[in-house]
Design a protein around this ligand. Structure first.
Ligand code: ADP
Ligand code: MG
Length: 324
């Protein structure tokens, strides 16, 4: 079963620039997504990509322009009462009363979800303890650190024990040392059956936590696959070759993508420079044989670093060159 199904989700913000009241912005350009029950899923993308807009629509805080969203088969347009109870959300911005105590902020959720006072108290204690906030339960939330505020929002989102937890940039503003603890907590929660969707612009966070990743950029999903597949794409080393003389005879497309053992992924950067991606099962010897056959003399070569960031840039680039 899908915990979340999104089809052709489209969002236009009106009046983006107040001085020009007729300006609009397409924040989501008909995106589709599927998240299976039990998954740990990342929606990854840079600032302004449309992550929070997507989350806002799923959780009923933002109205969509068109498209469909289902939460465990409940259409948010038709079965909102059912859908909303299945979701716990940790928004990007702190949105609790800064004058309220930690304990009351969590407990006050009970009313929205029809959780009895008795059960709410048990759960508030359980989650505040699990998140290391029990000693702070009588503190006014204003006095908490950024990391504590984030954890408070997680405890609050869990009070009705939703099967789907959605976190919008959960580690933004959280100390690097404290991230580990939050990650472990989320991993445990997921192991116990909660489907988790998080947004992040930290590639390492998505890589470490999530089984599936969708990459969003400028309102478009540019990649949607298993983390392992994405990592396999990185299991290639990119080399830059400077050539002795201009390439004239070799007809290289800007992006020659050939994926078999002997076909190399070659990209012409300029007439004297090419980039080659070598997959795990390909070796440099074969490549040099190919160069020799094509009569290409190499002047120098260098290894291009191969971080996830680069993968991201490559995907963005591929997508935009397909479009143009
Ligand atoms: P992300 O969470 O990935 O950083 P957002 O969903 O917040 O991205 O924003 C997507 C785009 O929509 C951005 O260009 C942003 O400026 C714009 N946007 C977001 N909220 C509003 C709003 N309330 N009114 C107008 N434009 C908005
Ligand atoms: Mg955001």
């Amino acid at each position: 079963m899908n915990a979340l199904l999104i089809k052709d989700l489209y969002k236009v913000y009106a009046n983006v620039n107040s001085s020009k009241s007729n300006q609009t912005l397409e924040a989501l350009k008909k995106i589709s997504l599927e998240v299976k029950q039990g998954d740990f899923f990342a929606l990854l993308g840079p600032n302004g990509a449309g992550k929070s807009t997507t989350i806002g629509i799923i959780t009923g805080l933002i109205n969509k322009t068109s498209g469909m969203v289902k939460v465990f088969d409940n259409d948010i347009d038709l079965e909102w009462e059912e859908a909303r109870k299945l979701i716990g959300v940790v928004p990007q911005e702190f949105n609790f009363s800064i004058f309220e105590t930690v304990y009351n902020i969590v407990l006050d959720q009970a009313g929205y979800y029809g959780v009895s006072r008795k059960i709410a108290k048990e759960r508030a204690e359980k989650y505040l303890k699990l998140l290391g906030l029990w000693e702070k339960k009588d503190s006014v939330s204003r006095t908490l650190s950024g990391g504590m505020k984030r954890r408070l929002m997680i405890a609050r989102a869990l009070l009705h024990e939703p099967p789907l937890l959605i976190l919008d940039e959960p580690t933004a503003g959280v100390d690097v040392e404290l991230r580990r603890g939050m990650w472990d907590f989320l991993i445990d929660l997921n192991k116990n059956g909660t489907t988790i969707i998080l947004t992040t612009h930290y590639l390492d966070e998505a890589e470490l936590l999530c089984r599936n990743i969708a990459i969003i950029n400028k309102g478009l999903i540019i990649e949607h696959s298993a983390t392992k597949n994405l990592l396999d794409k990185m299991e290639r080393h990119s080399y830059i070759f400077d050539l002795q003389k201009n390439m004239t005879h070799l007809q290289l497309n800007h992006k020659t993508k050939l994926n078999s053992k002997t076909n190399f992924i070659i990209k012409k950067i300029d007439p004297r420079t090419i980039e080659v991606d070598l997959l795990q099962n390909q070796n440099l010897n074969d490549l040099f044989t190919f160069f020799k056959k094509e009569d290409l003399e190499i002047r120098s070569m260098r290894n291009k670093s191969n971080r996830l960031e680069e993968l991201f840039l490559r995907l963005v680039e591929e997508k935009s060159s397909v479009k143009s």
